[in-house]
Ligand binder design. Structure first.
Ligand code: B12
Length: 354
């Protein structure tokens, strides 16, 4: 019997990954891919089905994360952002409630009893919190308005004006410290704004890419103007995103910080399969640090498993550092993941490299 409603059992933690695709398939087949919903999606426009399907896929991955880390906030946070996005696309919210209820019903009938009870607990809590969640979602317009950003720089970035954006950003930036300070103070709030404006359906994915590519170019341009590091004898550094993760801006910038401070870097940049990465690590000479960036909470379990294996194989020799908004709802990521360092700013990385 499950006594504590908040704590999923170890059985559920270990078995949810086996059943999550079944849940996605069932909901897709019995709810999204029905004539009734296809007619609605068609009216709302090209790509609407895809958006709801993407929501469902990430939702079930987040369910797995919430069970694995015993953390209801992860799923609540994801629902707020997703509902904010889906309602702006025109999706009526009863479809979300329908999905929750169908997950309870399907689990009850087809999944092992212990797991289905834990799933039911989570969805009952979600249904109970649904008014709060939708209210928080409706406040996202205000959250975006209240963000204190440099409007001129923001507009140059999303309109693809590289030269002007570079000039605005690099004014008075003359060393790595001032670059990092300005990045944290100006670019990070702008990236939050871009994310929320995407959520509110005001900015396309193309514009998100455009802005990030310009920021990457500005960073490359700035680091190219710095004096070359005197040597690369401080050891090697491996940088990568977690499997499933495409947000690679921060890992690219950290790469440049390490290069500038005299390290030989191996930047694998985007989503690398865990097995492949574990093999690759053994081929790097004098590997001192491995840095991981995780932006999406749905990738945390992948990271947990990867990091555990790396530590088992390499024991104390390699220092692991991780960061990214994926960890925002985890209390004490360093302890939960057994990391050597957890960082939530670029300045902390700079301090480590020195
Ligand atoms: C640009 C962007 C994209 C681009 C990425 C392009 C690229 N080449 O990177 C594209 C369009 C591909 C994209 C795709 C998606 N994205 Co996106 N994206 C963003 C955006 C706007 C910026 C991402 C970014 O670079 N952030 C970098 C900094 C600003 O954020 P940070 O992670 O907090 O990092 C700070 C620290 O934690 C630290 N840090 C970070 N990593 C590390 C690592 C180490 C080692 C250290 C020391 C420190 C450190 O440094 C940073 C500065 O202080 C964010 C909004 C946001 N606020 O981040 C959304 C955002 C992350 N995306 C989101 C979503 C939902 C998606 C998609 C699922 C849907 C979509 N938008 O198409 C897909 C998923 C793709 C995938 N599988 O990864 C959501 C995530 C919501 C959630 N809770 O899960 C966000 C928050 C937008 C939103 N408001 O809804 N995205």
């Amino acid at each position: 019997m499950i006594q504590n409603k908040k704590k999923p059992t170890d059985y559920s933690k270990n078995s949810i990954s086996k059943y999550k695709n079944e849940l996605i398939f069932h909901i897709d087949f019995h709810i999204l891919n029905t004539d009734y919903h296809h007619t609605i999606f068609k009216k709302l426009g090209h790509g609407t089905y895809g958006k709801v399907y993407e929501y469902l896929k990430y939702h079930v991955n987040i369910l797995e994360t919430a069970i694995f880390f015993e953390n209801f906030e992860t799923i609540k946070d994801y629902e707020i952002k997703s509902i904010s996005h889906l309602s702006k696309v025109g999706i009526e919210l009863h479809i979300i409630l329908r999905i929750y209820k169908e997950i309870i019903a399907y689990s009850n009938e087809h999944l092992p009893l212990v797991l289905s009870k834990d799933i039911k607990n989570i969805y009952e809590k979600l249904i109970e919190s649904f008014d709060d969640i939708t209210e928080e979602a409706s406040k996202r317009v205000e959250v975006s308005k209240n963000l204190d950003i440099d409007d001129e720089l923001y507009n140059k970035l999303i309109s693809g004006d590289y030269e002007s954006a570079k000039e605005i950003f690099l004014t008075n930036v003359n060393d790595i410290e001032s670059f990092i300070l300005k990045f944290e103070n100006k670019m990070v709030p702008i990236l939050s704004k871009i994310g929320i404006e995407w959520e509110l359906n005001n900015i396309s994915v193309s514009k998100e890419h455009l802005a990030v590519n310009i920021i990457n170019d500005i960073a490359s341009n700035f680091f190219a103007t710095l004096k070359n590091p005197q040597n690369t004898t401080l050891g090697s550094v491996l940088l990568c995103n977690i499997e499933g993760e495409n947000h690679n801006l921060i890992i690219n910038i950290i790469n440049k910080i390490f290069q500038h401070n005299g390290y030989k870097t191996y930047n694998l940049n985007s989503s690398i399969p865990n097995d492949d990465l574990e093999d690759f690590i053994s081929t790097i000479p004098s590997l001192k640090y491995i840095l991981f960036s995780c932006t999406l909470e749905s990738n945390l379990i992948n990271f947990y498993k990867l990091h555990k294996n790396i530590k088992n194989i390499n024991n104390e020799e390699i220092i692991t550092i991780a960061g990214g908004s994926g960890f925002n709802n985890i209390y004490n990521p360093r302890r939960v993941f057994n990391l050597d360092f957890y960082c939530n700013t670029l300045k902390q990385v700079l301090d480590i490299t020195k």
